[in-house]
Write a protein of this length. Structure first.
Length: 317
């Protein structure tokens, strides 16, 4: 595994995202043309060998939101994806084992949800057997065996919460203060508090926090001060999906474990797996000369700020 690197084919993917977002944002032809031109200028300006695709999306998408007056273009698609996920969860959950590897596989299965895939394709993927191409489960068990503390579970797409819930519950039963983290507002098809509430799973997954930012993946420089405190204090971080891999794989933060399906060639190449392979991988240390966009405080010396409803290992609030 190596950090995500932008590749020429990322341009076409970002262009496709741009076009889809504009189409979903407004039916007005003139507004569509204006939004597309403005977003395309940003894409052309920012695309380059040192760029991170998800970060480009985080600059382009707000322009479309602003010009169209639509803060959540993917809203209807999130509703449809959540309904599909709920149906498939009811079908698949009875067969899910309760051991850690089975729960990780079940959570990974939820990551097959994707706005570039149709319902039939997602259903086929979810009904297939999950086998990890990379599985750092034994190392994860060792990390969990230590004194439990704060664990951040960074959620990805709307609908995945049905598949995340059993794993989050199991981590809490082990004594970990597992905090389910969603986005601070609508971005693509990523999960927000509102989406969680609409699905009926906000209360079962409480305590829930958000990043305070509307970004694909995680950009700590955009996150709220409160979330940055939580991030600094966490002992373990589970990051779902390719957006988190794109924005965090270069950090060399050994607390971070990526759980995802590698749906595109650049992500698969960075991970050293085949496209559409499932991965549960710990972040490797930075190689000599590696770059780190953020200062990552040492978690061992940080106290977690209080979060309403979050219990410590002794059960106190």
């Amino acid at each position: 595994m190596r950090p995500m690197a932008i590749r020429p084919e990322c341009y076409a993917c970002l262009e496709r995202l741009l076009a889809l977002t504009v189409e979903l944002a407004t039916p007005d032809g003139e507004v569509r043309r204006q939004a597309h031109r403005a977003a395309r200028r940003l894409l052309d300006r920012d695309f380059g060998p040192a760029a991170i695709p998800a970060r480009i999306a985080n600059r382009v998408l707000p322009v479309i939101h602003h010009l169209s007056g639509n803060a959540d273009p993917f809203g209807p698609r999130k509703v449809a994806a959540t309904a599909l996920a709920a149906r498939l969860h009811r079908r698949l959950a009875p067969a899910c084992g309760e051991d850690l590897e089975s729960l990780l596989k079940f959570a990974a299965l939820g990551n097959t949800l994707d706005f570039f895939r149709g319902e039939a394709a997602v259903t086929r993927e979810m009904l297939a057997r999950v086998e990890f191409a990379i599985f750092h489960g034994p190392e994860f068990r060792q990390a969990l065996a230590g004194p439990p503390g704060l664990l951040l579970y960074l959620a990805d797409n709307a609908g995945e919460q049905f598949f995340d819930r059993p794993l989050v519950a199991a981590l809490r039963r082990r004594g970990w203060q597992a905090l389910y983290v969603v986005k601070g507002g609508p971005i693509q098809n990523d999960l927000t508090r509102e989406d969680l509430e609409a699905s009926g799973l906000r209360e079962p997954l409480e305590p829930v926090a958000d990043t305070g930012a509307r970004t694909v993946g995680l950009q700590l420089d955009e996150a709220s001060p409160g979330f940055r405190e939580l991030y600094a204090a966490a002992q373990v971080i589970v990051a779902k999906g390719m957006g988190h891999f794109e924005t965090m794989s270069h950090l060399g933060d050994r607390r971070v474990w990526f759980l995802l399906q590698a749906k595109c060639a650049p992500v698969a190449q960075a991970l050293g797996v085949s496209r559409n392979a499932f991965v549960f991988s710990r972040t490797p240390p930075l190689s000599p000369g590696g770059q780190d966009d953020y200062h990552v405080p040492e978690a061992e010396n940080q106290a977690a700020p209080p979060v309403p409803g979050l219990k410590n290992p002794e059960g106190e609030t």
